[in-house]
Design a protein around this ligand. Structure first.
Ligand code: URA
Length: 230
């Protein structure tokens, strides 16, 4: 990781303060002063400030049940940020793994481990996300086949990756997708002439939502590992 990030993750310094400390020559790496903030350092490098060895804090992994009318952002905008529901130290270091729209509810993963979240969001990793979808019109009988083949969303040149559809009743389905294009589920149903009137994410990989709306918990080490190997 970059030296400025390492210093942030191992001290109480903000990013700006960490950069200033590095530029001012306060940080030693393996016995020498380093003033380049972008220098790559590894966890087992000997990084010191005022003689004291710095150790990065462990990554954090949370799941949350997002309520409607909240936004997947670190700051409040038109709606309040879902971080208002999470009483935790240094929330600004965390990011949301695969955003949901303001009106969508359900499972949201939150972490400060960028490599782990890439595994979940990158379409190449094929991590399945299951959405419970309520529809305005009865589901078209060809929808299952169309989604399995991939469909062209408005404004896109490539087809969507194969998605699977399980029909619960004529206006309620479970859709499993491995991508996360902008408003993907709503656009998929729009492209077959229907409209999503309710959207809720139930699972990501093997992780299932098991807390009530507005609640959160840390992921177990098995859940973290399973999503890393996804
Ligand atoms: N697809 C959407 O259209 N909206 C979401 O919030 C998530 C997936």
């Amino acid at each position: 990781m970059r030296l400025d990030k390492f210093v942030c993750k191992s001290t109480a310094l903000t990013k700006e303060q960490a950069i200033a400390a590095i530029i001012d020559g306060e940080i030693m790496v393996n016995g020498g002063v380093i003033t380049d903030t972008a220098t790559q350092v590894h966890e087992n490098n000997d990084v010191r400030r005022a003689g004291a060895r710095l150790y990065p804090r462990p990554f954090r992994y949370l799941l949350m049940h997002k309520p409607a009318q909240t936004i997947c952002s670190n700051i409040d905008e038109v709606y309040p940020s879902l971080f208002n529901y999470i009483d935790i130290e240094r929330p600004q270091e965390l990011h949301i793994v695969g955003r949901l729209d303001a009106d969508t509810t359900g499972l949201v993963l939150i972490t400060d481990d960028g490599r782990w979240s890439f595994n979940i969001t990158s379409p190449n990793k094929l991590c399945p996300k299951v959405y419970r979808v309520k529809l305005r019109q009865p589901i078209d009988e060809n929808a299952k086949q169309l989604f399995a083949q991939g469909i062209k969303l408005q404004g896109e040149t490539q087809l969507t990756a194969p998605a699977s559809l399980a029909i619960i009743d004529e206006k309620q389905v479970l859709l499993t997708i491995t991508e996360g294009k902008f408003h993907q589920v709503k656009r998929m149903f729009a492209s077959i002439g229907n409209k999503v009137v309710g959207l809720h994410r139930e699972t990501i990989g093997d992780v299932t939502l098991d807390v009530s709306e507005g609640q959160w918990r840390y992921l177990t080490s098995d859940e973290i590992k399973a999503l890393r190997q996804q």
